[in-house]
Ligand binder design. Structure first.
Ligand code: DGY
Length: 338
């Protein structure tokens, strides 16, 4: 395992923590002051057999969305394991029932990635609506082009109704930015937000949200109730010529999305993360009107530092005998939003 780096803790018989991916500068050093920290110091995920072997005897694991935290991994870690600290706000890589059955707490990194992710939703929305990806590809291809009154026209966002599916922290941050574009905002969520968090956005049933959103941004977290919630039938409910931005893997059915672009029902779409990463659905790759980026939502220097620090804070709190700072609590119901 050439990418593994172990820092000895300052105490004898220190708890042992596995970090499954290279983290922002300085983050692991904070951890290593309190325990024996073993880091897979690479940008690629740990191969599964190495992960299973390296997990053995750990008190905590710092994991990413690429690490399936299931019964097999938990059993490989063994009875010393007290915390899975996911370096992400999402936790769809984690079998929560298997963790609960073994008394293993789960933490995640909410809050610190909200603004970066909302910025990326807007970057993608603007790129899709104004055909930035297509234009760039055209120039780089060397194909001839000329300015023309009818050349590469996009959709103007000012005043256009914006729908947000999933009005958590990221959805609300996307909504706040819409004020700068004079866009009326509606949303669909498991439950109505307190008025001070709605900031003028209107709660609508899902059917109505889809029927009235010229622009739809999907930020609902992936879970059993939301997997493929936006399928071919739901996409057909959007107005013809709509733009869709997907910020959560697996909530929008990628094949159906490609179909809605191919038929011309959607004007454009943008996707930040993918159901079977690093694979991207080939039908999506074939769509000129799809802006596709490799899971960059939280990818800023400041945010990745904050995510790493929060993951370590969670571990340190548990090693000190306390509760994780940002423990993940599964939503109270698995009923799909209707
Ligand atoms: C998350 O934290 O769930 C994001 O997808 C990481 O960028």
């Amino acid at each position: 395992m050439t990418d593994i780096r172990t820092s000895a803790g300052t105490r004898t018989a220190a708890p042992r923590v596995l970090v499954t991916r290279r983290l922002a500068p300085g983050v692991v050093e904070r951890l290593a002051a309190a325990c024996e920290a073993t880091v897979h110091d690479a940008e690629q995920p740990m191969p599964r057999p190495e992960l299973l072997a390296a997990a053995a005897g750990r008190t905590a694991l710092i994991t990413t969305l690429d690490d399936a935290v299931d019964a097999e991994l938990l059993d490989a870690a063994g009875p010393a394991l007290r915390l899975v600290a996911n370096h992400a706000v999402g936790t769809h890589n984690i079998d929560h029932a298997a963790c609960a059955a073994r008394g293993v707490a789960v933490s995640h990194t909410p809050g610190v990635l909200t603004e970066a992710t909302a910025d990326m939703a807007w970057a993608l929305l603007l790129a899709a609506a104004r055909r930035v990806g297509e234009g760039e590809r055209l120039l780089r291809s060397g194909r001839p082009w000329a300015w023309a009154p009818t050349f590469m026209l996009g959709m103007e966002l000012g005043g256009t109704p914006l729908g947000i599916l999933g009005m958590g922290r990221i959805g609300r941050a996307v909504a706040r930015r819409a004020a700068a574009f004079g866009m009326p905002v509606a949303y669909h969520n498991r439950r109505r937000l307190p008025a001070d968090q709605e900031a003028g956005a209107e709660l609508l049933p899902l059917d109505e949200l889809l029927a009235t959103s010229r622009v739809l941004v999907v930020t609902a977290p992936l879970n059993d109730a939301t997997r493929h919630l936006v399928d071919a039938r739901r996409l057909a409910q959007l107005p013809s010529g709509a733009v869709l931005v997907s910020m959560t893997a697996g909530v929008v059915d990628e094949a159906a999305l490609a179909g809605a672009l191919d038929s011309g029902h959607l004007f454009a779409a943008a996707v930040d993360n993918f159901e079977h990463e690093p694979a991207v659905h080939p039908a999506l790759l074939a769509q000129e009107r799809a802006v596709l980026v490799p899971h960059l939502g939280s990818a800023t220097v400041r945010t990745r530092q904050a995510m790493g620090d929060l993951a370590v804070d969670n571990v340190l709190a548990v090693l000190a005998g306390g509760e994780p700072v940002t423990r993940f609590s599964p939503p109270p119901t698995s009923a799909p939003p209707s």
